[in-house]
Design a protein around this ligand. Sequence first.
Ligand code: FAD
Length: 390
Amino acid sequence: MDAKSLVKPHSAIIVGAGPVGALLALALNRRGWQITLIEQHDFSQGMPKSYDSRQLALTAGSVDWLAQTQLLPELMAELTPILSIHSSSQDNFGCLSMTHTEMKVAALGYTLSQQTLGEHLFAALAKTSVQLIGGIKLEQIHQTAMQVNLSGTTGEHTQHWQADTLFAADGAHSWVRQQLNIESQTRHYPHQLMTGVATLSQQHNNLAIERFTAQGPTALLPMKADNQAKVVYCYPSEDSETTQALATDELLQRVNYQLGRQLGNIVQLDAIVHYPLVEIRANEIQQGRCLLMGNAAHNQHPVAGQGLNLGIRDIAAVYNWAEDADTLAWFDLANTRTNDHKQTMNFTHGLVTLFSHPSTLVRSAASVGMGLLSFARPLKHRITRMAMGY
Ligand SMILES: Cc1cc2nc3c(=O)[nH]c(=O)nc-3n(C[C@H](O)[C@H](O)[C@H](O)COP(=O)(O)OP(=O)(O)OC[C@H]3O[C@@H](n4cnc5c(N)ncnc54)[C@H](O)[C@@H]3O)c2cc1C
């Protein structure tokens, strides 16, 4: 037996088996860590609820990282490339187009359903030594200088876990964040969001469309079938009851009106889901041996498609840190992640408020700015690369 094999491996508890917690578990397992992944959802009922039909836009940066680490090699075949993006503002002439050839990349981004991502994550976890525990009601968290202790119940039984580190990936209303008394800032948007699967009157040709309107942004993301796209449609919160009660045909007409004719018409709308829109930012993301990740640290408006991408950058940073698990670098980790969270969330919030501003004048100015950006090539490239996750 060599000296290395006598060293006790690092251990971590991850709370929450959503996409961030599950992917982090795979990443740390790859580093040789002992991982306990704890989820409130009972797995005998299938996957946790956040693995629904929502279509994710993954940045080229996220997909590059997944390809390099080979954590989910079979996932790559499920991705639909976005080859061009057209952004415009309703009632104003300015628009911005980007293509993968112009950016000299294979794709500007990729789409994938969160449900498919979940199927691949749990299939991969089943092949590892990660201890996956579902159906837990967490009760207490306590940390010392050396370790974190957590307890929870399943039915009548109380269970206790210990590890060197705890990662909280338990979503926007994080239990861990509350237990650690970490305060957060909440911002409610004046609109809500509907997603659905659109059947188009023509092929999408891997084009994604984003259209800003006074009542919030609307978007189409290409899906695997060449005439299907995911619709993201915003409507005012005060109309939520009437909008949610609309017959599918009426909803379809509204969405077609908002989107314009860039990809012909939507002829059918299925798998409709409504979501409230809220931004939640944790005031701090680290306390002792605990670190907040993904939506537990930053829950944002989905319009810019940055939520999970930012979560993947959290995982990539922890994966790099875990190679040496240096104590001093643990504190730098929180600082670097917080800067990225601030920058990305400000970008997303700025986009939503500017283009959905109630004043026509402000929206027009934003639209003119977007048109001018088409001519300012270096700036356009810089912004496109940021949206691509680089
Ligand atoms: C409509 C929509 C479209 C989106 N589109 C995009 C996109 O295009 N691109 C993008 O990057 N992002 C997008 N997002 C955001 C993305 O879906 C989220 O960022 C992602 O789900 C966050 O993952 P998470 O694991 O941090 O949190 P969650 O998905 O919320 O998972 C948290 C997990 O923790 C569990 N949990 C909660 N409390 C406890 C507890 N007390 N004990 C144990 N377990 C607990 C939950 O059951 C859940 O499984 C979109 C979001 C929405 C709503």
